[in-house]
Design a protein around this ligand. Sequence first.
Ligand SMILES: [Zn+2]
Ligand SMILES: [Zn+2]
Ligand SMILES: [Zn+2]
Ligand SMILES: [Zn+2]
Length: 308
Amino acid sequence: MAPGGGICKDVIESRVAYSDYDMATSSAELRGSPLRKAASGLGGSLGATSTNDVQELLECPVCLNLMYPPIYQCPNGHTVCSICKARVLNSCPTCGNELGNIRCLALEKVAESLELPCRYQILGCNDIFLYYGKLKHEKNCRYRPYSCPYAGAECSVTGDIPYLVMHLKNDHKVDMHDGCTFNHRYVKSNPSEVENATWMLTVFNCFGRQFCLHFEAFHIGMAPVYMAFLRFMGDEDEARKFSYSLEVGGYGRKVIWQGVPRSIRDSHRKVRDSQDGLIIQRNMALFFSGGDRQDLKLKVAGRIWKEQ
Ligand SMILES: [Zn+2]
Ligand SMILES: [Zn+2]
Ligand SMILES: [Zn+2]
Ligand SMILES: [Zn+2]
């Protein structure tokens, strides 16, 4: 992975940790919240000090993040979060005793009763949840980072759209084009080697947004095919506001596809396997390529427009 991507990911994770911390220390926000009730119950006194006490109780001594169920404790009562428990090889990070599998149910109850901001608050989400609702929400939060839309290799980079556009350009050397119409030529020698998964990605800047045009070779059942489809760099509700057409042909024949771009929330593979795009059988593609059927030379013309 490119170093730039790793750095961004770390920044996002540490910001998330910071936002949790920020939430727990902001006592003005906590008036009447379960955290405040929990604080007075545990600390026996009111005020910012007891809130801090609860926050300290819930702070994992290893990663310093707030702990959520399951929370573990050693025989001496030192607590550790479940992620760090797996890292410390069964030895209490505070006293060195064997950790075992003792849960700290009282602290788990406190953690479950906290009202927490979405972990993507720093990215713009203002929703507040109890712990389990928060986990459920975060899986689909519209502010959660996007995964890199590049299809050719496993890439674990995540980020917002502007960051991913830079990442595609700099790290994957993806072609960028401005404009809502395009004419693309795909050339490949040895087109019978479909197994080698010819794939290409081009990004289009259009209406101030970005669209990924994927082109690739794969098999549907036993049949070798080529497929072209568009993904929108944004969420699905926005993707639905656009349409696109693709056409490919030659020698008086033409195949036309009209579709709606899919959000990059849907993986490249998911879109491909749902066959939601222009599909050309290899024989037809070779016919369009003309010549001796040795090379694939496809001209794909496309257009993206906004639905009213
Ligand atoms: Zn931890
Ligand atoms: Zn201990
Ligand atoms: Zn959210
Ligand atoms: Zn990537």
